[in-house]
Design a protein around this ligand. Structure first.
Ligand code: NOJ
Ligand code: CA
Length: 568
């Protein structure tokens, strides 16, 4: 008997639980910056395979892999040349299969990023479109239009791309194509049946290879109303105003996802999907999370909130209610590959010298643009608050999406010289956007050695000296490290996540949030700086030192079945 055909117990468990995603901890791997097995400076699939034991020990339920497809990296891989292959710079399809087997063998599921709004300009279809005449079937897969002005020398509309610069680029025969992001990312025409069919093929291609689900990039952008005359820029980007937007969050987009749902449900367990959807209101976001659609949607509300009790409580209460009404579970995100890492956001002082003001995001952007002066960042405080926020996040019903390196408490890397930067947002929008490279610097695995153990060679973005103290090796040995806090939290979270609700316990302090899950687990966060008396109960985890009372900017977890107060 060929024993390799007999699935191990971990893989069998993965096959039978269709609801696994509802309260999962999902760990985002940005593959080119995770681990580099062949020492060429770029993270690769073999590197991920080598770190499966690390992910298992960390205790995550699933990995979400950012794009790993062939790409010229005009936008970090979100410019895809071929949706059904692996970038030869980072691996092969055979290695992909090996990675899926290794993850599944460790009881970890895998979600891949799918980028349906646009391909790259190197995609075979776009190359075909360039070679084909105006009005051809090849051009109809993208969004080509004639220009305006006397000789068509002006773009079809005055639209700006999301990374800055015009959203239309002219091709040699005089037509223009639409790209909401960089000019290397032409937008697909989702009214074209060939485009729809090709994505069905892609979804089946990866599902057949054992992928458990998909993270859907720019999910709100696929359906567009391009009826002439095209509207002006001033009405275009307004996602918050009343009325329909021609480019984003149109009702028709849900027909596409209803179609995808039929494909997901062909599999056992059904494949899952999570939408990156920016919408006018939170309830419109939940339409993407409908069980008849993608099933789940990112909730970025905490990521955009100040570290303060009132906004956290409102956001948590609202999103749990929305999730219940939609039939989905909610999601939580504090960091990802598009934003400044949360210890840095929480450690910044704003122009008034207070870190509690409502302009944290703005302060953080301005601070980076000003060259990130160190005296405006309190690193220790930022990390203290980040650990407290994370522990609260992990006590909430729903799934938590973690970003690689947050388990090490990494700060944003600010010391990247202009000439080393890679993010198109930096180049296309100079002086306005610093870009996202600072959260994409290759991870430190060891406290010394080439690229801090990322690989045997260098790292494709420069790593700062302070990475040594935040390396996996350094933190592994320190029981109070952020890494060991995450490990313990993720272990306990499996006991804590038995239902999808919570009740608030009033504390009499407007800077303290105390929640209880129906199974008796409690989480208490002191957002303020004044200590508060410890509630009764058995403290099993704390985001920082606790003795006698609950210090400021600290979260504790209380397990059911014990009433002694005291330190963990
Ligand atoms: C959202 C992704 O998260 C981001 O990294 C990317 O640049 C844009 N979509 C465009 O694909
Ligand atoms: Ca490599």
């Amino acid at each position: 008997m060929n024993t390799s055909l007999v699935p191990d117990t971990e893989t069998v468990t993965l096959l039978i639980d269709a609801d696994w995603w509802r309260q999962a901890t999902v760990y985002q791997v940005y593959p080119r910056s995770f681990a580099d097995a062949n020492g060429d400076g770029i993270g690769d699939l073999r590197g991920i395979i080598s770190r499966v034991p690390y992910l298992r020990r960390l205790g995550v339920d699933a990995v979400w892999l950012s794009p790993f497809y062939p790409s010229a990296l005009a936008d970090g891989g979100y410019d895809v040349d071929d949706y059904r292959d692996v970038d030869p710079k980072i691996g092969t399809l055979a290695e992909f299969d090996e990675m899926v087997t290794a993850l599944h063998g460790a009881g970890i599921r895998i979600i891949v990023d799918i980028v349906p709004n646009h391909s790259s300009d190197r995609h075979a279809w776009f190359q075909e479109a360039l070679a084909a005449p105006a009005g051809s079937a090849a051009r109809d897969r993208y969004i080509f239009r004639d220009g305006t002005g006397e000789n068509g020398e002006l773009p079809p509309a005055d639209w700006q791309s999301i990374f800055g610069g015009p959203a239309w680029t002219r091709v040699p025969d005089g037509q223009w194509y639409l790209h909401l992001f960089t000019k290397e990312q032409p937008d697909f025409n989702w009214d074209n049946e060939e485009v729809r069919e090709d994505f069905r093929t892609t979804l089946r291609f990866w599902s057949d290879r054992g992928v458990d689900g998909f993270r859907v990039d720019v999910a709100h952008g696929l359906a567009k109303d391009l009826t002439e005359p095209l509207p002006s820029m001033s009405t275009l980007m307004d996602l918050t105003g009343p009325g329909e937007n021609p480019l984003f969050d149109r009702d028709e987009v849900h027909d596409i996802y209803a179609d995808w749902r039929r494909i997901f449900d062909e599999y056992t367990p059904p494949r899952i999907a999570v939408a990156e959807a920016w919408t006018r209101t939170a309830d419109r976001r939940m339409r993407y999370a409908s069980p008849e659609g993608l099933g789940q949607a990112f909730n970025f509300d905490l990521l955009q909130a100040d570290f303060a009790a009132a906004p956290f409580r409102t956001i948590i209460t609202e999103n749990l209610a929305l999730a219940e009404a939609s039939g989905s579970s909610t999601t939580w995100v504090l960091s990802n590959h598009d934003v400044q890492r949360h210890p840095t956001r929480y450690g910044l002082t704003d122009a008034d010298g207070s870190a509690d003001s409502g302009i944290m995001q703005v302060a953080s952007k301005a601070w980076l643009l000003a060259g990130a002066p160190e005296d405006e960042l309190d690193r220790a405080r930022g990390l203290r608050r980040a650990r407290a926020a994370t522990l609260l996040e992990l006590a909430l019903p729903g799934s938590a999406y973690l970003y690689q390196g947050e388990e090490l408490g990494l700060h944003e890397v600010t010391e990247i010289p202009d000439e080393d930067r890679q993010d198109p947002a930096f180049f296309r929008n100079k002086g306005v956007e610093i870009g996202r490279d600072g959260c994409r610097v290759p991870l430190p695995w060891t406290h010394a050695g080439p690229s801090f153990g990322f690989g045997d060679g260098g790292a494709h973005l420069p790593q700062p000296a302070w990475f040594a103290d935040f390396s996996v090796e350094a933190e592994d040995a320190d029981p109070t490290s952020t890494l060991n806090l995450y490990r313990e939290a993720l272990r306990l979270r499996h006991e804590l996540q038995t239902d999808e609700s919570l009740e608030w316990i009033e504390t009499g302090r407007d800077d303290v949030l105390h929640l209880r899950r129906p199974n008796g687990w409690e989480s208490v966060t002191n957002f303020g700086t004044d200590p508060v008396a410890l509630p009764p109960g058995r403290i099993v985890l704390a985001s920082g030192p606790v003795a006698g009372d609950l210090p400021g900017e600290t979260t504790i977890w209380i397990a059911p079945g014990g009433d002694e107060g005291g330190a963990a």
